[in-house]
Design a protein around this ligand. Structure first.
Ligand SMILES: NC(=O)c1ccc[n+]([C@@H]2O[C@H](COP(=O)([O-])OP(=O)(O)OC[C@H]3O[C@@H](n4cnc5c(N)ncnc54)[C@H](OP(=O)(O)O)[C@@H]3O)[C@@H](O)[C@H]2O)c1
Length: 281
């Protein structure tokens, strides 16, 4: 299948762990970018040789070497090492290079302050299903980022799922919803599995059914293009089994519990961002 859109830029990854690998696989696998357009940097030689062998991209242990000729630099290390690596990246950065961060909780203002004045920065918040090409990524512009930069980031992250644009001040809510969301869904699957076991099913069978039910419900939501309310009503006949189950969920405060989870994770994300801002100022 031809790619939705391919790009001709040279892309450097600084940090080549889980998220970088997912993105590189997506980019090459969907032919959005050719392997020879990508260079990945990481201190871990074993990680680099796996990437080199698996995907045919260029690799280096030297961040500056990766960054020097890149049109786009993707910062994909843990947030904790940003302060240490940004000066080296700044020194090697070309004047027109756009920088895309995937790090949770580091505001663009903190990154911009460590880079030459005018550097275009885009901040993204992907989630773990990107590892299987089903990610949800939110994209936000830094002060200098242009429409083209955002469009480019969207193309790149569409190779591992969907992407949406948000103002940066909404990224904490994104983190609370889709960033942490896979864990809520895993918790739901655990609860479904355990409930199935309590009602007499073997554990493995209960887990298979629970997992496929979440997958199937998500597929219905996406393929039928209907609201969750409509889909829910379609499977809920008066006096039926689903009605009984939904009533029990509602009595137990299901919606409130989910709202509480998203609120708590959103607040925690804001706190971590504030700490990063204070440390970087
Ligand atoms: N994984 C996710 O689902 C997810 C979701 C949303 C956002 N993110 C963000 O994505 C970023 C990366 O997460 P990850 O899960 O991919 O982490 P990861 O697997 O630990 O990858 C980070 C990589 O960066 C390397 N590294 C450390 N210091 C470096 C330096 N100075 N220069 C270059 N590379 C360096 C690490 O090497 P060592 O292991 O040798 O230290 C590691 O290979 C994080 O900021 C995270 O917030 C991840």
């Amino acid at each position: 299948m031809p790619p939705e859109m391919s790009v001709e830029h040279t892309i450097a990854f600084v940090g080549s762990g889980n998220m970088a690998r997912a993105l590189i696989r997506g980019l090459v696998g969907t032919a959005t970018v050719r392997a020879d357009q990508i260079i990945a940097a990481d201190p871990d030689g074993a990680k680099l040789s796996t990437l080199e062998q698996e995907l045919g991209i260029r690799c280096t242990s030297d961040n500056a070497e990766a960054v020097r000729d890149a049109d786009v630099v993707v910062l994909a290390t843990k947030p904790q090492v940003f302060a240490q690596l940004l000066p080296g990246v700044a020194a090697a950065l070309g004047k027109d290079t756009v920088l895309i961060s995937v790090a949770a909780g580091i505001p663009t203002a903190v990154i911009e302050r460590a880079l030459p004045t005018g550097t275009r920065v885009v901040r993204t918040m992907p989630n773990t299903p990107a590892l299987v090409g089903a990610g949800a990524t939110a994209i936000a512009a830094g002060r200098q980022a242009t429409e083209e930069d955002l469009a480019l980031a969207e193309i790149l992250f569409r190779s591992v799922g969907i992407s949406v644009r948000v103002p940066e001040d909404q990224l904490d809510a994104v983190t609370g919803l889709s960033g942490s969301g896979p864990a809520y869904v895993f918790a739901m699957v655990e609860a479904l599995r355990d409930a199935g076991v309590r009602e007499g099913l073997p554990e493995e069978t209960a887990l298979q059914l629970a997992s496929q039910t979440v997958f199937g419900a998500a597929r219905l939501l996406q393929d039928e293009n209907e609201s969750p309310e409509v889909l829910r009503e379609r499977v809920t006949s008066p006096g039926g089994t689903t009605r009984a189950g939904l009533d029990a969920l509602s009595e137990a405060g299901f919606a409130d519990a989910v709202q509480g989870a998203v609120r708590a994770a959103t607040r925690r994300s804001a706190e971590l961002g504030k700490n990063a801002e204070d440390a970087g100022s």
